[in-house]
Ligand binder design. Structure first.
Ligand SMILES: [Zn+2]
Length: 307
């Protein structure tokens, strides 16, 4: 039975699987992402997953990628990987085809293969984590463009984004945005139980803490999530007006906070997207547990077929 290895390289963990052509996960390994020598770590993981039937290896990674040559040009979260020739490195070591793809695209493809996107041919998947990424499935296949929805402008003179621009969606609807917003409101003296976390050092706040205090009923934390939902809704309304997908699927590390923002997302979408388009769109929560590694393995099979 043919299989492929899929590896999702995140800032926190490396998630790797070996998957059959029919989509069954045969083995999986998750290890923390080391600070240095990441390629060595990955080699070790591949060796543990490798079998004679492996047809190829697919990678998903956050950042700007030269897909043709298989090079990570710039990874904002894992800078030690900048300019790593992933394809050349691992094709030489393992003698099988290697492909690399942006992590949000790989995530979208996972939703198509085994997640909430299975029944749709045209949908957009958005991953809500430290940043905000997106990918699109168009006519059943992964859309090959950048689809950097996190850098769509939602406020012309808005908050600074690490990409160098101002007012990007990611600066309003991401884990980083939640933390920045909480800190700036606390600096202004707003009342909140968030102030007591980390013995009063609110500069150490994490999205998880804001999520916890919001569920405990903290008004400021709840407002921060509602604002997140409003902007996410504006972004989704723009996407709907441009590509009219059948569904928008939301996933990523912040998805547990769904109840804290989804009402505002839906309100904003129905207010701002064209009625004839928005009425048909389903906004759904991810059903995936493996994240992008399945999509990375799946892309190996789809690529081998088209080559
Ligand atoms: Zn940006």
């Amino acid at each position: 039975m043919k299989s492929a290895i899929g590896i999702d390289i995140g800032g926190t963990n490396i998630k790797a699987i070996r998957m059959s052509e029919t989509g069954d996960v045969l083995n999986k390994i998750t290890e923390p992402t080391p600070l240095n020598n990441i390629p060595d770590k990955i080699s070790g993981i591949i060796r543990r997953l490798l079998s004679s039937e492996v047809s190829g290896i697919g990678f998903g990674i956050a950042g700007i990628i030269d897909k043709k040559n298989g090079i990570i040009l710039e990874s904002p979260n894992i800078s030690s990987l900048n300019n790593t020739p992933v394809k050349a490195l691992f094709e030489k070591e393992f003698s099988v085809p290697v492909i690399i793809e942006n992590d949000a695209n790989v995530y979208a493809y996972s939703e198509k293969l085994v997640g909430a996107g299975k029944k749709f041919d045209n949908f957009v998947a958005i991953t809500l984590g430290t940043g905000l990424g997106g990918g699109m499935i168009y006519k059943g296949r992964l859309f090959e463009g950048a689809f950097e929805v996190g850098h769509m402008i939602v406020e012309p003179e808005g908050r600074f984004c690490p990409c160098g621009n101002h007012g990007c969606l990611e600066s309003y609807a991401s884990g980083r945005a939640l933390v920045d917003r909480a800190i700036s409101l606390l600096e202004k003296g707003e009342k909140s139980i968030l102030r007591e976390s980390h013995e009063g050092n609110f500069y150490k706040i994490t999205p998880e803490i804001i999520y916890k205090t919001a569920f405990e009923g903290d008004t400021l934390s709840r407002d921060i999530f509602r604002e997140f939902g409003r902007y996410l809704g504006i972004g989704i309304a723009n996407i709907i007006n441009i590509v009219s997908p059948e569904a928008v699927i939301l996933g990523g590390g912040l998805i547990g906070a769904w109840d804290l923002f989804i009402e505002d997302v839906k309100r904003e979408v129905s207010k701002r997207a064209l009625k004839s388009l928005s009425q048909k769109v389903e906004i759904l929560k991810t059903t995936l547990s493996e994240g992008g590694s399945i999509g990375a393995a799946g892309l190996v099979f789809s690529q081998l077929k088209t080559d």
